[in-house]
Ligand binder design. Structure first.
Ligand SMILES: [Zn+2]
Ligand SMILES: [Zn+2]
Length: 123
């Protein structure tokens, strides 16, 4: 994940919806990512989820709110039972915070679906 991020308090008057993954609102904030073509994205400090990127802070918040209205539940890691988080790095990535196994996809819903549909083959 990029370290070139600048944290900004929500300076537009757009209200942030709670994180669709962990349900916290106080941990969500708009961040400016240097060098990205769409530099703004909302980030949840609690679960490490990045929202969709936008050209402006307002844009990113709008997209986040649209996404946040559709609740997404990430199941615990299929391999180790660890907590999953989601972020964007060229593609959407759902990743286990303990063992690092991940699902990737260009659209936000793809990796969530693949992650949640992982099943044990031998059972
Ligand atoms: Zn969260
Ligand atoms: Zn894991």
């Amino acid at each position: 994940m990029t370290e070139l991020v600048k944290t900004r308090k929500n300076s537009s008057n757009e209200e942030l919806k709670p994180c669709p993954f962990c349900g916290k609102r106080s941990s969500c904030e708009a961040r400016y990512v240097f060098g990205a073509p769409y530099p703004w994205a909302v980030f949840c400090r609690r679960c490490g989820t990045w929202g969709p990127h936008g050209a402006t802070e307002r844009d990113a918040i709008k997209k986040w709110n649209k996404r946040a209205s559709k609740k997404a539940v990430l199941k615990p890691c299929f391999f180790c039972g660890g907590m999953a988080h989601m972020y964007f790095q060229d593609v959407w990535i759902v990743e286990c915070t303990s063992c690092g196994v991940s699902c990737k996809g260009p659209r936000i819903d793809g990796p969530i679906e693949s992650w949640n549909s992982m099943r044990r083959v031998t059972e």
